[in-house]
Design a protein around this ligand. Sequence first.
Ligand SMILES: Cc1ncc(COP(=O)(O)O)c(C=O)c1O
Length: 457
Amino acid sequence: MQAVKLKPNQESVFASDVSRYKERTKSSLKMYEHAKRLMPGGQSHNARFFEPYPFYAAKAKGKYIWDVDGNRYVDYWMGHTALILGHSPEVAVKAIGSQSSNGLLFGSANRYAVDLAELVNKVVPSAESVRFCTTGAEATMYAVRLARAFTNRRKIIKMAGGWHGYNSALSVGVSPPYDVPESAGLVGDDDKFVKLAKFNDIEVTKQVFEEDSGDIAGVIVEPIIGAGGVIPANKEYLEYLRTKCIEVGAILIFEEIITGFRVSLGGAQEYYGIKPDLCTLGKILGGGLPVSAVAGRADIMELADVANKSKTHRCWIGGGTFSENALCMRAGIATLSHLMRNRKTIYRKIDKLGETVRSKVDAIFSENGIRAKSTGRGSLFATHFLSENQESISSPADVNASNKAAAKHYYFSMIARNGIFYLPAHVGAISTAHERTDIDDFLSVTEAYAKRISRLE
Ligand SMILES: Cc1ncc(COP(=O)(O)O)c(C=O)c1O
């Protein structure tokens, strides 16, 4: 096949899509200009910004999200992948409604947290014990602290290109180039205690272990790396990490903020059949409201029980003011219960839609002479445009070598022209609210895009 090189920025086409977007999102532009005076960048999450400015949402329901100009989009970002049942699903809305006049935040131990912990314990293989918190960044921070406390060691191996929230301890080697700090304001010491491994590369990871094996507290890995390109780990890679951690006495942490309850009810650990020592959970866990957790082996989690422990024996991890708040717990219980009751039909449906997107998008681009490779697993997907000499995408390094500008443009074009919201260069997530007809639309839009782009050459 003749490889068609995409022009690095596809500038003329991009410019026409930007004009169209601006035409359709005048109120969003106004709001952006206003919001910038009130909030840095006009909003509160870096990932939500895309060029030339993000649209501002006004409401959402099911698979749809509407902006302040009244444009309706079929949403494949789905609240940072959290909304497996779509926007405002009835089960969660009902539970929230019935709780809302009976206490939002008890600020005390409460029955609903016990109920949710019981569900997590039932479905997530490694979750012998659970500590709830509010955001994924907190959960990963606590997981690392637990690993260090349990092993009495300092160093954590993480994947180059792995993103674990705005947790200072792991804000190392997230985006290329990996050897410079991720942000101003980080104290250099954090990165002294984080070692970068190459995802899916056993040889490189082996060397990282060898450099420091006596001081490795743990390894944190997303079994399907999200922000690094939606790339599933090879099973052998995870098996290697499992075996090696046992061998050197390190804690294996599966970072399942995205994959938990998504790639199967028991998350990626169930999907791969590999049990970590600890895992982090979030997103789907709260049914659209903020809940996260660190969970795992009871003998490790027990360090978080501070009763009768001295400062040197406890691992002081939080929870936080809003942890276990009744509203979020009820939304989580309703969502997990629904997933448990309908697990067969739900995962069969969304996995099949995901598989269809991945295979057909690649075929469409290929028929139009464009080398693209979709990655993901189950209901998660992303498409990468291969550079010359690239054949596959198996690590964040491969994604960095691909034509990232082309990927951004593909998804932006859908927002600008087709009423499809896939946050450019992020993760696509299918929910139970999506149907085969939505996927068919996604594919015909992709086909029109591929034809438009291939004509550029
Ligand atoms: C894999 C992963 N870990 C952690 C986080 C951080 O979660 P939160 O945004 O809830 O802090 C994210 C956020 O997208 C994530 O994708």
